[in-house]
Design a protein around this ligand. Structure first.
Ligand SMILES: [Zn+2]
Length: 448
């Protein structure tokens, strides 16, 4: 009965996620969250245009949430079926291709993370509050969506929660109102965003503005007050990092940048659009996580502004973010990118060479070899093109595809314009082969 929605998967890596027949332009989420008991109630208004005339439209929504009502295009309640993570909606009137589609979904429940080969993703209850880490398919754990990175839309996220808690979401805080014991926080994300990058963070936090020499990109921190002093030390170099990355990658792609630090420990930091989320353990007073601070900041360009159209191309996010770590290390007076690349290659040479990073397979999308070998691919390209050409290419890449969807082929096509020699062998060896190529010898290397 639901099979036809899976006949042509949007993405072969996550065939259950993403839906055909429409394109979302905007999500308007009104969420109410009770910290005690982890209870979520939501009203999601999804504005879309149909791409085909269909009797039914599907949204991704986890079964932990129950739907009480669906309204299509302002008409009376529409028929729906919610099963196996799909909300199938039948409009009362047939909508032609190219027609306006506004789906309003009322739902509630106790959200829980989605289990998968990449661990638990999505909405997660914290000791005090909640955290959201969607990548790759966790968005459906807290709102009905077209859960695929190629589906980018604008968002307005309103969260009403118990007053002592701070509630953060993507974009700019445009409203905050306290009534009795609850507070409503309203955020507007005006640049298009993939569902996996949508986030809500709720906890016993306070907001601090960071001193930034660049007034054009306000930076702020949202964290438990007890972590403030150590945070100020450990994250102090973010403004310099931003300068280094803007010189290397082009202008920062969003209006502001927020770092959230949770009271709980997190295995790894989380990227979200305009935001990164770290655990209390990433504040150690010794800048022990600065490599990760650089990595997450770089995702604002590679992943959040330029987002892959297919999960297969994940190296375009992780390889670039890993390479940004090396660029930052060199700029900060640590080991150079070339030294780090050669060390990473040496380490990789002792690992099994059985992965193709241009198509690693869904189970190994987030394998560390995708990150490291992805960064090495960029380093090999840099050695071939020379510094000024390489960084001109990266800036062209981020400006040309700003706030849109990208593929590996689009990157290699653009790179071809920057090289007199054919780059095909480089891509074949680094991205499409299993055995680990050697890096070319070092020429005159310097920072961007
Ligand atoms: Zn990453």
């Amino acid at each position: 009965m639901t099979g036809k929605f899976y006949e042509t998967p949007i993405d072969e890596y996550l065939p259950q996620s993403g839906n055909a027949g429409y394109r979302v332009s905007r999500y308007d989420l009104e969420l109410t969250y009770r910290v005690v008991g982890n209870r979520l109630a939501g009203r999601a208004a999804i504005t879309a245009v149909t791409t085909a005339a269909r009797p039914r439209f599907a949204l991704d929504l986890d079964q932990a949430l129950s739907v009480s009502k669906v309204v299509v295009n302002g008409a009376k309640a529409a028929k729906f079926v919610h099963q196996r993570g799909k909300l199938l909606i039948t409009p009362r009137d047939r909508i032609p291709a190219g027609g306006a589609l506004v789906l309003v979904v009322h739902y509630q429940g106790i959200p829980k993370p989605v289990r998968g080969p990449w661990g638990d993703v999505g909405w997660e209850e914290l000791g005090e509050g909640a955290l959201v880490a969607n990548q790759p398919n966790g968005a459906a754990s807290w709102f009905p969506c077209d859960d695929h990175p190629s589906s980018k839309a604008r968002y307005r996220i309103s969260i009403t929660t118990d007053s002592p808690y701070y509630a953060a979401a993507n974009g700019t805080l445009v409203g905050k109102q306290t009534k009795a014991s609850s507070t409503t926080w309203v955020y507007e994300q005006s640049e298009p965003m993939s569902s996996y990058l949508a986030t809500v963070q709720i906890g016993p936090y306070r907001k601090y503005r960071l001193r930034s020499p660049r007034a054009s990109v306000p930076m702020q921190a949202i964290l438990p007050p007890a972590l403030r002093v150590v945070f100020d030390h450990d994250f102090a170099r973010q403004p310099q990092m931003l300068d280094v990355f803007e010189a290397a990658f082009g202008p920062y792609p969003f209006d502001e940048y927020t770092v959230v630090v949770t009271d709980d420990e997190l295995d790894i930091p989380i990227e979200a659009q305009g935001m990164s989320i770290f655990g209390a353990n990433h504040c150690d007073g010794r800048r022990g996580a600065e490599r990760l601070v650089a990595h997450e900041l770089a995702h604002q360009w590679f992943g959040n502004s330029l987002t892959i159209r297919q999960w297969r191309d994940i190296w375009l996010h992780e390889g670039f973010a890993c390479y940004a770590e090396w660029i930052w290390s060199e700029a900060a007076g640590g080991p150079t990118a070339d030294q780090l690349a050669r060390a990473a290659r040496h380490n990789l040479s002792r690992e099994p060479q059985d992965i193709v990073i241009g198509d690693p397979g869904p189970q190994r999308m987030f394998d560390d070899r995708v990150y490291k070998r992805g960064a090495l691919t960029l380093h090999a390209l840099r050695l071939q093109l020379g510094d000024s050409t390489f960084f001109a290419l990266l800036r062209d890449w981020t400006i040309r595809y700003r706030h849109s969807s990208v593929t590996t082929e689009e990157f290699t096509d653009l790179a071809a314009h920057y090289s007199l020699a054919p780059l095909r062998p480089l891509w074949e060896h680094w991205l499409l082969g299993q055995s680990l190529p050697h890096l070319p010898p070092t020429g005159g290397m310097s920072t961007a």
